[in-house]
Design a protein around this ligand. Structure first.
Ligand code: GN1
Ligand code: MG
Length: 501
């Protein structure tokens, strides 16, 4: 380690004094103006992680669904998973070190993790379309190079694409080619094959309106469109030519407001979907003949995927262990349906893809989705080998089902992201401040089929309130009452919460 070079370069990316940040639900997120030092330091950390794992590490510059003025950064571990929890702690430690402590902190982390400093390091970088992202990826590159690491900057990428690149590079191309071309080829081939195998493949099933949240999804879908040939026709809305990133559009807006995004006109039965700012969430929706809006969120997607997989497995005659993983934000009726009707075991983890991903790895096939549209299906290596073999050996109906399963495996990009209020029981119960959980319990009792919980966000400076009940009015009213309890018991500031949003 050239310690004097590190000190010199670090001073060019100086930390605002007194600023303390934490590696949260999905990395660091903040107003962009406070983040330059974090970018440089995450470049340094990525080199140490790369040396320790002797693998390529990814760095994604994005703040996903947050407003355009924010930015953020997350590290991607060797198999495309989110950074290991112990390294999240190192990230927070390094992010908060004062300038004069930088050398000591880097040495500390290297010693704790037995990093061989002589080892080569390789880091790949991607970024979203925020105005601040390009400059920030330069700061990451500065951090990587000053510690002697090599860099490949992929430039503009979606988060799932960066995860894919990292996995390809660390599996010597077995997962796919580590190029944008390789990504489009692998996914579109599986998709086109699947549409040929599907029983309903008329034209009306092949068009989709896509709300791209005015973000990176628009650029990348435009590139990918050509690979679908006749398989899919997409119409892009909110493609970034006019509107602001994530403003009144995108998956987060559609999910939390339960209405269509601005900038998209929906006709009866048109198939529509929304991405978020880094295109790692998707939610689907349509309007019925009466103009009513129907959202197919992560809960619904998980239910559809797991029932489809179970049907195919029954067809091929394989009895595999399929599980679904959700968070506390999953609607109670989806959990009941999965457990009682589908007879699928359902598990609840803390918010954040890393927690769901980890749990889903325990199954032969683990389907996980956050209600907001983050998710995928994971197939164990043994299951993947078995399905490949069945697809080769079986014929007729069984063979067809095995081939469909084979294409589904390729289509799901399986590499994944792995204060005053504190919570327990997968965040469904508030432990502090005293009296808050009791107040919530009393409010929930007033409504039928209701649930409610609160937790501090890990990506924004807010407390999130969740409520469900047997009608929209009851859910809104419960949400309002719970937010008042939070305001009163957790020291709310500013105006008291108003009903509705
Ligand atoms: C309720 C909700 O949607 N929370 C989101 C949000 O985290 P918070 O910690 O709630 O701010 O952003 C995360 C990253 O995108 C996502 O994984 C998570 O599901
Ligand atoms: Mg995102």
């Amino acid at each position: 380690m050239d310690l004097s070079a590190i000190t010199k370069h670090s001073a060019l990316h100086a930390k605002p004094s007194g600023l303390l940040l934490q590696y949260g639900t999905a990395g660091f997120r903040m107003k962009a103006e406070h983040l330059d030092h974090i970018m440089f330091r995450m470049g340094l950390l990525a080199v140490l992680r790369s040396k320790q794992t002797k693998s390529t590490i990814g760095v994604m510059v994005t703040a996903s669904h947050n407003p355009e003025e924010d930015n953020g950064v997350k590290l991607v571990d060797p198999l495309g998973e989110m950074l290991a929890p112990s390294w999240e702690e190192h990230a927070t430690y390094l992010a908060n070190a004062e300038e004069e402590d930088m050398q000591r902190v880097l040495i500390d982390i290297s010693e704790k993790e037995a990093v061989d400093l002589q080892q080569d390091a390789f880091v790949v970088i991607g970024r979203d379309t925020r105005p601040s992202s390009e400059k920030f990826s330069q700061s990451v590159i500065d951090g990587v190079t000053v510690l002697g690491g090599q860099v490949h900057d992929y430039g503009l990428l979606t988060t799932p694409q960066l995860h894919y690149m990292v996995c390809c590079r660390n599996t010597s191309g077995q997962y796919g080619m580590a190029t944008i071309e390789g990504y489009y080829q692998k996914l579109s081939r599986a998709f086109v094959e699947l549409t040929k195998q599907a029983s309903c493949s008329g034209d009306e099933y092949r068009s989709l309106k896509v709300d791209c949240a005015n973000g990176i999804g628009a650029l990348k879908l435009k590139e990918m469109e050509h690979y679908f040939s006749q398989g899919l026709s997409v119409q892009l809305c909110n493609d970034g030519t006019k509107g602001k990133l994530n403003h009144l559009c995108g998956a987060d807006f559609v999910k939390s407001h339960q209405k269509p995004p601005q900038g998209m006109e929906i006709k009866f039965n048109e198939r529509c979907c929304s991405f978020d700012g880094d295109a790692d969430r998707i939610v689907y929706y349509y309007c019925d003949a009466d103009g009513h809006f129907h959202l197919m969120d992560g809960d619904k997607i998980a239910t559809l995927i797991s029932s489809f997989l179970k049907e195919l497995l029954l067809e091929v005659g394989e009895n595999l262990n399929v599980g679904v993983v959700q968070t506390a934000y999953a609607n109670g009726s989806s959990t009941r349906y999965l457990e009682e009707v589908m007879k699928v075991p359902v598990y609840c983890t803390k918010t954040g893809v890393k927690h769901l991903h980890h749990k889903a790895q325990e199954f032969d096939i683990g389907v996980y989705f956050e209600a907001n549209g983050h998710g995928t299906a994971l197939f164990s290596k043994a299951v993947e080998d078995k399905i490949n073999q069945l697809a080769r050996e079986l014929e007729d109906k069984k063979g067809k089902a095995a081939k469909i399963l084979r294409n589904i495996i390729d289509l799901f990009n399986q590499v994944a992201d792995r204060k005053v209020i504190s919570t327990t029981d997968a965040e469904r119960q508030a432990v502090t401040p005293p009296g808050l959980q009791e107040a919530i319990n009393d409010l929930v009792k007033k409504y039928r089929l209701s649930r409610a919980f609160v937790r501090p966000s890990g990506t924004e400076d807010v407390i999130r309130v969740y409520a469900e009940a047997d009608s929209q009015e009851s859910a809104d009213s419960l949400a309002h009452e719970v937010s008042l309890a939070v305001f009163d018991l957790a020291g709310g500031i500013g105006e008291r919460p108003q009903p509705g949003f």
